[in-house]
Design a protein around this ligand. Structure first.
Ligand SMILES: [Zn+2]
Length: 324
């Protein structure tokens, strides 16, 4: 069984492609942070190499080695710790590996997680491999912001878009993992479509409290004066300044702003347990619909900029200042 939450259609398509022998050489999985892109890529690697009756069986030596990260033919590459980009040296190593046949499995699978972090030179170095890999090699790129990838890379891949999981799907998955119904309800609402976050949060209650606090703090942003907004950007990025963290929090802010729109149009926002609701209701009364729509646009722009080489704190600051 494929161990992914949601994404039934993507799984179905991949399964059919494998059984008909028509799985493309290069794939690009797109979707928001925590939606399960790398998870799906790993399950694909298992399905390609599994020796059990119903791939992926999760039991055979290939499935287990891939799960533990110790399979010699399955590589997950991403920006190195403390670095914002995937270097050309990393890609050269992958490229050399991709030129060789698998050691012990049927297929070698190379997963490049967060492919928008490829430097332009690294992306260039990857092109030929994407175009003509070894017959027994599959390359899977994952990206949160595929627009940030060179078109030459995207055009060589089969693109699969993964939509955020609904709270109901996440809730069911958590209950199936043994969480209490009460805990699963709270976590699935705070998860905002991110299964990865939900699983992590149910293991660490501190993560839940932290997110509730961030949402509460962010929901005040529409009421802050300029100096307080700059101060907020500073505090949000003082401990961690890496892109993925800033991007994740920007995503939360986008969700909150959508909630604000929902309140303005008389619909039910998705806020969990009413976290931040009072703040958003005050903001909804104060701002016009076009103003909020403009803010959403500004946030999307900043998210793009965070993916290119702009200092995340500066990008965040500029966005907060631009809000009405
Ligand atoms: Zn297996």
């Amino acid at each position: 069984m494929w161990e992914v939450v949601g994404h039934d259609r993507a799984v179905e398509n991949l399964r059919n492609a494998i059984s008909s022998g028509r799985l493309p050489h290069a794939l690009l999985f797109c979707g928001q942070v925590g939606v399960g892109k790398t998870r799906l890529a790993l399950e694909l690697a298992k399905a390609l190499n599994c020796t059990g009756a119903e791939p992926p069986c999760q039991q055979c030596v290939h499935c287990r080695q891939i799960e533990s990260g110790g399979h010699p033919d399955v590589t997950v590459a991403e920006a190195l710790e403390g670095k914002d980009s995937i270097s050309i040296a990393q890609v050269r190593e992958l490229r050399d590996g991709a030129a060789l046949r698998p050691f012990q499995a049927s297929f070698k699978v190379i997963i490049i997680a967060g492919a928008e972090s490829l430097t332009p030179q690294a992306a260039d170095a990857l092109l030929k491999t994407l175009e003509e890999p070894q017959r027994q090699v599959r390359i899977v790129l994952t990206a949160t912001e595929p627009e940030a990838l060179p078109s030459t890379v995207v055009s060589r891949c089969r693109v699969i878009n993964l939509l955020p999981a609904t709270p109901e799907v996440i809730e069911q998955a958590l209950v199936a993992r043994g969480e209490s119904a009460e805990q699963a309800a709270v976590v699935s609402q705070l998860a905002r479509g991110s299964v990865g976050w939900a699983i992590e949060a149910s293991r660490h209650p501190k993560v839940i409290a932290e997110r509730a606090e961030i949402i509460e703090r962010m929901s005040t942003v529409f009421e802050l004066d300029l100096a307080s907004r700059i101060d907020l950007a500073e505090r949000m990025t003082s401990e961690r300044r890496d892109r993925s963290w800033v991007r994740r929090n920007l995503q939360l802010l986008v969700y909150l702003t959508r909630d604000l729109l929902l309140i303005q149009t008389g619909l039910q926002p998705a806020l969990a347990q009413g976290v931040g609701r009072a703040n958003l209701e005050r903001a909804a009364a104060r701002y016009s619909l076009p103003q909020v729509e403009e803010s959403l646009e500004a946030m999307r722009l900043v998210m793009d900029r965070v993916d290119s080489n702009v200092d995340p704190r500066l990008a965040l600051e500029a966005m907060l200042i631009s809000l009405p």
